[in-house]
Design a protein around this ligand. Structure first.
Ligand SMILES: Nc1ncnc2c1ncn2[C@@H]1O[C@H](COP(=O)(O)OP(=O)(O)O)[C@@H](O)[C@H]1O
Ligand SMILES: [Mg+2]
Length: 301
């Protein structure tokens, strides 16, 4: 099995390559192609995880449908047979891992919901007793469940930089008070519904990041959920059975990758190494496990 490290669609303009997705312009719409690239410690690794892009795409599609009663999303089609004819020669490469989406004017904010303390949230709490300026009760541990889910916005980082947590007031300055309030409401509603579903499947949704936008052609158009939704790349999923506050929880999907990179003593500077086959294969199995648990489906489409 081979990982697709870069897509190569030559009939439409390539707009850019993110850490995981390649973006193409298709008329006034966008084609998002999830490759098999994997990043760890803010670097894209030298080798990918076979099928990862298909798994992420299909997890996102599941959630877009599951959450459509809360917010409309950018999806136009994920069926390659209905894509514009210029894409036809690339159907094989695109099937299962791509989405044709409405191009959106993205809000310059990552909309994060946290139901548990971890990562940068834990770090700020330990130093100041707050997360994004929100005061929290004393005595919480790394991995503790919060009294209630909180909205913790961040600014979107440029290549390789950490996202920076900001206060709600800073977000209001960036997007305006009305949109900030609406994005907070949507983020928490999406998190609540998704976390309850995950929980019923044995997974804790500790936190997740959404990106929203508005359709470019319609300045007063409704807010759309864009990008990916509730994948292991945009979220911290933990095994409910293994959850134990008091230290960093094992990463559901990337633990083998991180363990390997620590073991070889990589200095976390570019160029990032590749992964041996067994580490890639075990990581692939974790992504598939998340896909199966969340969607209830056995096989990738
Ligand atoms: N509907 C959309 N309109 C415009 N941009 C989008 C849309 N959906 C997602 N994007 C952008 O496409 C990129 C997806 O690629 P990704 O590999 O996730 O990038 P990143 O490294 O920034 O996470 C992100 O920059 C995201 O903001
Ligand atoms: Mg992304």
């Amino acid at each position: 099995m081979k990982a697709l490290q870069e897509s190569n669609v030559t009939s439409v303009p390539l707009i850019g390559r993110g850490k995981v997705r390649d973006l193409y312009a298709v008329g006034s719409d966008l084609l998002l192609v999830a490759t098999d690239r994997i990043s760890a410690f803010d670097h894209v690794l030298g080798t990918g995880i076979p099928d990862k892009g298909r798994i992420l795409t299909q997890i996102s599609l599941f959630w877009f449908e599951f959450l459509a009663d809360i917010v409309p999303n950018h999806l136009l089609s994920a069926n390659v047979d209905s894509y514009p004819a210029v894409l036809r020669p690339f159907s094989e490469q695109l099937a299962g891992r791509s989405m044709l989406v409405r191009k959106a004017q993205m809000f310059p904010v990552e909309c994060v919901a946290r139901g548990y303390l971890a990562g940068s949230g834990w770090k700020e709490y330990r130093e100041r007793g707050t997360v994004c300026g929100i005061p929290l009760p004393e005595g919480l541990l790394d991995g503790s469940r919060l009294p209630e889910p909180i909205f913790t916005p961040a600014t979107k980082s440029q290549n390789g930089e950490h996202d920076e947590n900001i206060s709600f007031e800073q977000m209001e300055k960036l997007v305006g008070a009305a949109d900030a309030a609406e994005l907070r409401r949507l983020t928490l509603a999406l998190y609540g519904k998704a976390a309850a579903h995950a929980e019923s499947k044995g997974l804790i949704l500790a936190d997740t990041k959404f990106e929203f936008g508005r359709a470019v052609a319609q300045p007063h158009a409704p807010i759309l959920l864009a990008d990916e939704a509730l994948t292991p790349d945009s979220s911290r999923f933990w095994s409910r059975a293994e959850w134990k506050p008091g230290g960093a929880q094992p990463s559901f999907d990337k633990q083998f990758v991180r363990d390997y990179l620590e073991a070889i003593g990589w200095n976390k500077q570019a160029p990032a190494p590749g992964l041996p086959e067994d580490v890639a294969e075990r990581t692939r199995a974790k992504y598939l496990e998340a896909f199966r648990a969340l969607t209830g489906r056995e096989r990738l489409g």
